[in-house]
Write a protein that binds this ligand. Structure first.
Ligand SMILES: Nc1ncnc2c1ncn2[C@@H]1O[C@H](COP(=O)(O)OP(=O)(O)OP(=O)(O)O)[C@@H](O)[C@H]1O
Length: 231
């Protein structure tokens, strides 16, 4: 489902990512751990086709990313990958529901899947939010600016899940939650991913989360850069 080989990326002269091989199978829940600055977000942006590696291959769902033009990469990402960002990236002037249904504006296949599941995009957004523990009707009409950080995080998760993309990439999605909310968030994220056989790539520096995952990898162990530095 995701195959990386000889992947190399440098922001400046020194490579920050140098991974000879990483394979992720369909439906796997992979936890990628690594200290701040080790390149976790950089790796996720390479997987999402937002950044282009200097060398090496990224194959996702049988598609080599470097064979796609910039606009093809944008639609590939919109159709197949849901993102939960560290800073959520919600649109402040849109309501909660409109933020969640936004991916369907860019992806006909995700829109079709959401409609098939619930009949309307609004119903599907509401279903996902309820599954994530947000079911206050009044809250759904508010602007996202008027939500707490934990609520915003769950809106961002519902947006990533809407229309069941094959892959969800989550970058430190629990950093703003307290311990109880963190465990509940992970449980719900897993349940949704399991139901839909979504492959989950979850990045965090918080090693206490890793036991929840079937597969774990430490970026420093697979990154030749880190190995060279510690020798
Ligand atoms: N746009 C950029 N231009 C130049 N260097 C960058 C840029 N973005 C990140 N870097 C550098 O690349 C390295 C890896 O950054 P990255 O954000 O991938 O790390 P991270 O493991 O996700 O960190 P954190 O856990 O703190 O979010 C850091 O040294 C950072 O300074």
């Amino acid at each position: 489902m995701i195959n990386l080989s000889n992947l190399r990326f440098a922001w400046q002269k020194e490579a920050i990512i140098d991974i000879s091989s990483l394979n992720v199978k369909k439906g796997q829940h992979l936890f990628i751990q690594g200290p701040s600055g080790s390149g976790k977000s950089t790796l996720l942006n390479l997987l999402g086709g937002v950044l282009t590696p200097q060398s090496g291959d990224i194959e996702i769902l049988g598609q080599q990313l470097d064979e796609l033009s910039a606009s093809q990469k944008d639609s590939f990402r919109a159709n197949h990958i849901g993102f939960i960002f560290q800073q959520f990236n919600l649109i402040p002037y849109l309501s909660v529901i409109d933020n969640i249904t936004l991916p369907c504006t860019f992806s006909a296949p995700r829109k079709a899947k959401a409609l098939k599941r619930s009949g309307s995009l609004e119903k599907e957004a509401t279903r996902l939010l309820a599954a994530l523990g947000l079911d206050d009707a009044d809250l759904l009409k508010r602007s996202v600016n008027e939500l707490s950080v934990g609520q915003q995080q769950r809106v961002a998760a519902a947006r990533a899940m809407l229309g069941s993309p094959e892959i969800i990439i989550a970058d430190e999605p629990t950093s703003a939650l307290d311990n109880d909310h963190r465990q509940a968030f992970i449980k719900i994220l897993f349940e949704e991913c399991q139901k839909e056989e979504i492959t989950l790539i979850f990045v965090s520096h918080d090693s206490t989360l890793k036991d929840n995952f079937t597969h774990q990898v430490n970026l420093q162990d697979i990154n030749q850069v880190a190995i060279k530095e510690t020798l």
